[in-house]
Design a protein around this ligand. Sequence first.
Ligand code: GLU
Length: 307
Amino acid sequence: MKQADDYQELLGRIAADVAPLIGSGTPAEYIPALASVDPRRFGMAIADLDGTVYGVGDWRLPFSAQSITKVFALALALSLDGDALWERVGREPSGNPFNSLVQLEYENGIPRNPFINAGALVVTDRLQTLTGDASSDLLEFLRAESGNPDLAFDQEVADSEGENGDRNAALAHFMASYGNIANPVPILLDHYFWQCSIRASCADLALAARFLARHGLRADGSRLLSRSEAKQVNAVMMTCGTYDAAGEFAYRVGLPGKSGVGGGIVAVVPGRCTLCVWSPGLDRRGNSVAGVAALDRFTTLTGLSVF
Ligand code: GLU
């Protein structure tokens, strides 16, 4: 399964198979800028290791990447910080909602993993310390890997995140009280909200995630992560990447994946390709209904899972 025709035909079949599900679920409502997205959108892209990208539906339409950016922030922080990063954030599933505060107190301000909000705030804090401009650094990275210089922050979404950001502010202040946040909390939150607001299409995100399928190699052939670090990021995606449904996602799809409340999901077939699917209707755990179904169809039809 390699040729363009195969991928195109496969994507067409997947889109037809999941069509009855498009529009089911509910777009995220916690910020107005996300609630107003058309729930009937669906797009899916597959990027080869060499950067050829195939797509179906709304695969070139930018959407709010949201928590998908947590993967890229983690990879950048890990590339600069190495193992030291794991002293500040764990790598176990949390079993709690993505924005939960309770576990943090029991565990002395060390978040369970980099993909719950507390953990992502720690990663962005570390990136801010290491680069001096975490969100711009991340945006530049995504532009370079996707080959799309037009990728941008979404001012409306970033403002909306800030206006509805009490929970994230509480998480950041709470961790700061344990000494696990180094930057001033308002600055950290600005960078985190800018990060979440990045708009990108399925094509952009599938291309940008290729270093995870290429065992750490960036689009230009330089090394971002060691082979072992790329494996670590994929492993954390597999165990913690889809909110409280990572077990169900592993069971159905069998690939490392990271979802966001914008309705996107990025998935990786190490050594083979990357995928991104987008449809805004979310299930009660915050994952795209049609998106999970499409990835489920992909691994079922191709046999390309990590298992
Ligand atoms: N900006 C969101 C928040 O921190 C991220 C939500 C998500 O995609 O999980 O609340």
